[in-house]
Write a protein that binds this ligand. Sequence first.
Ligand code: 5AD
Ligand code: SF4
Length: 449
Amino acid sequence: MEKRAFIKSYGCQMNVYDATRMADQLRAAGYAVVEEAEGADLVLLNTCHIREKAAEKVYSELGRLKGAVGASGAPTMIGVAGCVAQAEGEEIIRRQPRVDFVVGPQAYHHLPDLIAKAGAGAKPVATELDEDKFEHLAKPQRRAVTARGVTAFLTVQEGCDKFCAFCVVPYTRGAEVSRPVADVMDEAAQLVDAGVREITLLGQNVNAYHGADGRGGTASLADLVGRLSQLGGLARIRFTTSHPNDMGEDLIAAHRDEPKLMPYLHLPVQAGSDRILKAMNRKHTAEAYVELIGRIRAARPDLALSGDFIVGFPGERDEDFEATMTLVRDVTYASAYSFKYSPRPGTPAAGREDQVPADVASERLQRLQALLTAQQKAFNQSIVGRTVPVLIEKPGRRSDQLVGRSPYLQPVHVAASAGGIGEIVDVSITSAEGNSLFGEVPAGRSAAA
Ligand code: 5AD
Ligand code: SF4
């Protein structure tokens, strides 16, 4: 009987993408990739180390999996992948001896080998940082692209050289590496052939992309977006996540000139106080960020801006936090993610003695989130009454509904008669509730693309 494997991903979109690549590897190794842990012969936890809470989830999940058995009744093989695997390595097996192998994000091409070794009773740990990861993964026999819908992630850049004082990514994902343009184009073409209409280019620092262009030079992210725009079946391009200091003029111009590039930008600032930005090693001021947003909005006035914020970074005083609130009021976000600072082992800020008391950080987070939620509501409300092109993605919770996305990444619910999955339909937005929009297709109007 075919063995069954289940992959559970936590954390960021890059992990979601990595899971698709690992699934391809597992299929090549003879596994059927299934949607639930129950009865699986192999469970792979694809973990996140970004904040303590995320990392601890792994151990509670491992505890739950201890007694798991596969279809044959033999104990389920358990592997830990992702950033916790990279950061903690063998320690994971010490803490939870039921784990059979550990594989860091740059060693996924070793999966079949690790599974074989684990099956033979060894407890292999593969956490070397290998900058040729994509090259290995890109070997043709492993390229079977599995598209599960009309939207897909495509990692074009991995790792980070920025070393923000709070962040584990430079340690878990290694140095910044860009994939060659040809490689990205190839994978994008395969995705489009498989029915994908929207691709989100991923990278921890995606706007620092500088992939080999095949002519001895390098291409910027704007160049790559330009190339991808020429793919006929591809309707929408997005990218995430970006650093303000890598926001080149050509990328700003692409937001004005390239109709397939969606008017949505995730550009984290983290804090609004220059003192804290400096301590975070962000290498720009609040004013420079505000000015940059002004230039981007001049190029694309309807751009939906998103960001990340950390409150309670060591040494953050009331006036620093107020500067963050002021920046948010000045800039106004369409959506945003905000977190309480979480000390991460091995990062510079974790060792600081001026940690902010938990209750102070909680109170600040509440205030910031109330402001960001109000801004998101106002942004969603501003779309009501407008007609926007919606890419229909999947059936809705109700059978008579479909769900798609606006150009601004908002989920849009429409009647099932509005169009087919994969179509772009002009939808007249009638209301906004929670994070979602609701709309209808005006009579006599048909699919736009
Ligand atoms: N504590 C809290 N939030 C963090 N982030 C990254 N590291 C930490 C940390 N140690 C947040 C940042 C980043 C997002 C992905 O997670 O806001 O942009
Ligand atoms: Fe988590 Fe960051 Fe690793 Fe993504 S890159 S899995 S968010 S630690």
